[in-house]
Design a binder for this molecule. Structure first.
Ligand code: WTA
Length: 631
């Protein structure tokens, strides 16, 4: 299954396009199935209706755990590095992880969870988070992990959307020198969540928490009441594995649904290939399990391949900006997979944090989540990889389940700021506004995928029509990514960023409409418009234009009030970086906000605003420009 030469990449790619069923059928042989499929693929993009490995039965945890026990049971599966470097790191071998997962799976059963139930997980980056995820998969329950930075309201919306029966959380989490009271947030959320029957609470920071009789139970107590034998539930390849909520250009976040068989094959195949993972190596992905990168490339991908995956609780700058390099040195990390925003942030501290750090174990570097600028690419290459470690710039999305366009480490070439070539099985095309294919090289367009791959989303939870509208209706018979893309003279792909109203702030996907809704919930705010602007560290910053005629007190205080409201409604990750109070917004006669103009103003480029004659009140633009200059 592992590609070892460029020639093989070309051959595999060709085969995957000419005979996709044979290609993926062969890849899938590298996994363990209880029962084989009768059909590799049936699909249409109109409904959409996509089925991979139809009829096959499996449990993903047997692939991630059981099958490694005989030969690799004592090999480290997860190496946990705590927030505080003075604390001991913890290693879970495959045998230990298997035991913990089975035990916790029994805890879930004991608390009424069964196959098909939805379970919300809101936890710090501790091994128990991975254990909770895998325990859900073990019993066939559907996990919905929510990133620790989301507010009670966001959690409640997500829990209610998928009607979760159980919540798994912890008393709190550490983030650098801060403590975050997770159970408190969950308590606020659960006031409005009638479907939740049980809440399992892990003790982590041992902060006081309220425990409601009948609903709340302690993780540590529960595991004492069960044994560690738990036969894996037999799942259909197309049974739901998890839901992960993600932002789009409109309205509330949607629950992207991934299923068992295809997702497993795709996460495992891409992990093994893109990082060129070799047995015995230590792999460190710095993402949070609350995002898709953590699902696919901390948990499922690496474990399905018997890899050693480092799980880090903290942040890159705590206690010092050397932390990543300390971890690399301490655990002899061979592959470091991180985000451009982290690289840029660490770059800003200069070379001191690197002094004396032994990074010689590094063999492969990876980047994910947003376009990586050339400066960051070269710094990563020279300072961290010492020019010897290929950088895989991996383009993909929550919806794609796994990496789609990326170099294959040591096999295909890299090129600064380019995701380069599609992986086998992936058929990207560029289209113009009208959906016509743009052929040839040296062209730009909207990035679509024209053929299914095993890791793709199947639906959006509870609202299939939304899935169809969002991804399959913009262009007929194509999956639309929402990204703009360049294909250069060599046929290499470079993702240029979102073409819809989705922002990418520090690699976090945030819909402008969501932030606007949150700002508009602030008493007294009449209207707002949110756009992105280039930000040195975050990639994109959030710029909000707000109409707030009868402001409560001073402008600076009012801004803080608005930030507080956004924090309550979505979470701190969606706080605008800049707020500009305005008396009006540039609108067309039909009432549409002309974001193009606001984007230019936010970028500080007001030389060429284009045609403003269609505006209802062109004067408002001058006023906004003048105000923006003073901000
Ligand atoms: C962006 C993260 C450029 C892109 C895995 C995509 C990237 C969105 C890259 C998905 C990359 C991700 N180069 N842009 N290597 N990787 N993106 O769902 O805009 O959190 O649509 O998945 O991030 O974000 P998501």
């Amino acid at each position: 299954m592992q590609i070892t030469s460029f020639k093989q990449y070309e051959e595999d790619y060709k085969k995957s396009v000419e005979n996709p069923e044979q290609f993926w059928g062969e890849v899938a042989q590298n996994f363990q199935w209880r029962k084989p499929w009768f059909k590799v693929l049936s699909w249409n993009f109109n409904e959409p209706n996509i089925k991979w490995f139809e009829g096959a039965k499996l449990n993903i945890t047997e692939n991630c755990l059981d099958r490694h026990l005989a030969t690799n049971g004592d090999k480290p599966a997860i190496v946990w590095e705590p927030n505080n470097p003075e604390e001991e790191s913890v290693t879970y071998t495959y045998k230990m992880l298997h035991e913990r997962v089975c035990r916790f799976a029994n805890v879930l059963k004991r608390n009424g969870a069964k196959k098909g139930d939805r379970i919300c997980i809101y936890m710090p980056m501790v091994p128990e988070l991975a254990i909770a995820v895998l325990a859900c998969a073990r019993i066939g329950a559907v996990h919905s992990v929510i990133f620790g930075g989301f507010s009670a309201k966001s959690i409640a919306d997500r829990i209610n959307d998928s009607q979760c029966k159980v919540v798994i959380t912890a008393d709190g989490s550490y983030r650098g020198n801060k403590q975050i009271p997770l159970k408190d947030v969950i308590d606020d959320a659960l006031i409005g969540c009638p479907t939740v029957e049980k809440c399992i609470v892990l003790t982590h920071i041992r902060t006081p928490v309220s425990m409601l009789k009948g609903r709340d139970v302690w993780w540590e107590d529960e595991v004492k009441h069960v044994n560690d034998i738990c036969e894996a539930e037999e799942m259909d390849a197309e049974d739901m594995l998890f839901i992960l909520y993600t932002s789009g250009s409109t309205g509330k976040p949607k629950g992207v649904v991934h299923t068992c068989g295809g997702y497993m094959v795709y996460a495992g195949y891409t992990f093994s290939n893109v990082f060129n993972y070799q047995p015995g190596e230590v792999y460190f992905c710095t993402a949070d399990i609350g995002w898709i990168t953590g699902h696919s490339y901390i948990v499922y991908g690496p474990l399905s391949q018997g890899a050693t995956s480092v799980l880090f609780e903290g942040i890159p700058t705590y206690p010092t900006p050397s932390r990543f390099w300390d971890i690399v040195e301490k655990h002899k990390v061979n592959t470091l997979y991180t985000a451009p925003t982290a690289i840029r942030s660490l770059m800003s501290y200069g070379e001191d944090p690197l002094n004396g750090k032994d990074l010689s174990s590094i063999r492969v570097l990876g980047s994910v989540g947003e376009p990586i600028n050339e400066e960051a690419w070269h710094w990563f290459d020279e300072k961290i990889g010492h020019g010897k470690a290929p950088i895989v710039d991996t383009w993909w999305q929550t919806e794609t389940g796994g990496i789609m366009i990326s170099p294959i480490a040591t096999v295909t070439p890299t090129k600064p700021s380019f995701a380069t070539l599609p992986l086998p099985g992936i058929q990207p095309i560029l289209v113009d506004e009208n959906g016509n294919e743009i052929e040839g090289n040296g062209v730009m367009g909207n990035l679509c995928i024209k053929f299914p791959w095993p890791g793709m989303l199947r639906t959006t939870y509870g609202d299939h029509e939304r899935c169809k509208q969002t991804y399959f209706s913009t262009y007929e018979n194509l999956y639309f990514t929402g990204d703009g893309c360049l294909r250069d003279e060599d046929g290499y792909y470079r993702i240029t960023g979102r073409v819809d109203d989705v922002l990418n702030v520090s690699g976090h996907r945030i819909g402008t409409a969501e932030v606007e809704n949150a700002i508009n919930m602030h008493a007294g705010v009449v209207e707002s418009a949110v756009v992105g602007y280039p930000h040195d560290v975050k990639g994109q910053g959030i710029y909000a234009f707000v109409i707030y005629p009868e402001m409560h007190g001073e402008a600076e205080l009012s801004k803080k009030d608005i930030l507080q409201t956004v924090t309550r409604v979505i979470g701190a990750i969606a706080k605008p970086d800049k707020i500009l109070f305005v008396s009006g917004l540039p609108k067309t006669r039909s009432g549409k906000i002309m974001r193009r103009i606001l984007r230019k103003i936010a970028e500080g480029d007001t030389t060429n605003l284009g045609d403003t004659s269609t505006l209802l009140d062109p004067g408002v633009v001058e006023e906004i420009i003048a105000a923006a200059k003073k901000l």
